[in-house]
Design a protein around this ligand. Structure first.
Ligand code: FMN
Length: 318
């Protein structure tokens, strides 16, 4: 299913790619809360995808996840081309290239943010995907390395190389996740580019995202969605889930994960989401600790039953 970014309804709202979070189970769950939100995979090595069945399985998806975009990282243009062709056959909506990850190991290999310092290599990756298949290729990057002085020329080159959409996380490489995301340079960039531009960084709700647009084509939500798929609900009332509703969604989410991973792996990985789900529920310190350290699935599900039977107060946001 080839999708054209330029033809999508505005604003384009996306679940940001998050390693260890946006697996198929979470994407399926988010889809149930919003049928239009664009879903991104976890970033995945293009080389790894070609070499390893395990890595390849990270990107598998169900029909309900569409529109579903895969994000690849690496710096081997031939691997990007081959992986993109295979992913097109598998039916993904498009390919996104990670040029924003600041992790030391990734940057040291000239992947992720490292590509911001080598515009020629960055363009080769885009060209490789654009010429290998009929899928559109997008790039997610940051404001820049130290500041945003080369953001416009860098992204203009990516567009000339064939990028159909640019997403900017409003922080520099140097900032990592510190400080506040700065959206002003992203809005300025929109006036410079001929392709759609998405903003990203610190969005806490759909209203918040819309209020930051100022001409941008859309936005991505990342951390605010962890343990909080309700962030994508259009109806304000649905965004304040009761305790029982939270427990119901925790069960559903866990079951989706357990269908795809072995039970122990699912239980362990689910903890990242659990902390978010339990956020704001008062007086459950002991239960939270017990859930986070549950030794097996039976114990975990039993603790959820117990939580449901007790009416713990939930702190209101804001
Ligand atoms: C746990 C985690 C994993 C992430 N993994 C990725 C990734 O795989 N690819 C990517 O482009 N960005 C990744 N990011 C960055 C997010 O996509 C996003 O740019 C960043 O969190 C800022 O947006 P937010 O404030 O809405 O979270 C990750 C962020 C977090 C917190």
């Amino acid at each position: 299913m080839v999708l054209k970014w330029a033809e999508m309804a505005r604003p384009i709202v996306c679940l940001a790619p998050m390693d260890g979070i946006t697996d198929s189970a979470f994407r399926q769950l988010v889809r149930r809360f919003n049928r239009d939100v664009v879903l991104f995979s976890e970033f995945t090595s293009a080389d790894g995808f070609l070499r390893s069945e395990k890595v390849r399985s990270r990107l598998s998806f169900t029909a309900e996840e569409h529109p579903y975009f895969v994000q690849l990282f690496g710096n081997n243009a031939a691997a990007f081309a081959e992986a993109s062709r295979a992913l097109e056959q598998e039916g993904v909506a498009g390919i996104d290239i990670n040029m924003g990850c600041p992790a030391r190991k990734i940057v040291a290999s000239q992947h992720g943010s490292g590509l911001m310092r080598d515009v020629n290599q960055a363009c080769r990756m885009v060209e490789a995907v654009a010429s290998a298949c009929s899928l559109e290729v997008s790039v997610k990057t940051r404001l820049g390395w130290r500041d945003s002085s080369v953001l416009a020329p860098f992204t203009r080159s990516l567009v000339s190389a064939g990028a159909s959409l640019i997403t900017i996380h409003g922080r520099t490489y140097d900032q990592g996740f510190k400080g506040k995301a700065d959206w002003a340079p992203i809005r300025d960039l929109k006036r410079e580019l001929s392709v759609p531009v998405l903003g990203n960084g610190d969005v806490v709700s759909l209203e918040d995202g819309r209020s930051r647009l100022g001409g941008l084509d859309g936005f991505m939500i990342g951390r605010a969605a962890i343990g909080n798929p309700w962030v994508f609900c259009n109806d304000e009332g649905e965004r304040q889930p009761s305790l029982n509703e939270r427990v119901r969604v925790i069960r559903t989410h866990y079951q989706l994960m357990a269908q795809q991973k072995n039970r122990w792996q699912a239980l362990r990985e689910f903890r990242k989401h659990l902390a978010g789900y339990l956020n704001g529920i008062s007086h459950i310190k002991a239960t939270r600790t017990a859930l986070m350290t549950a030794p097996d699935e039976g114990c975990f599900l039993h603790l959820l039953d117990a939580l449901e039977e007790r009416a713990y107060p939930i702190a209101q946001a804001g």
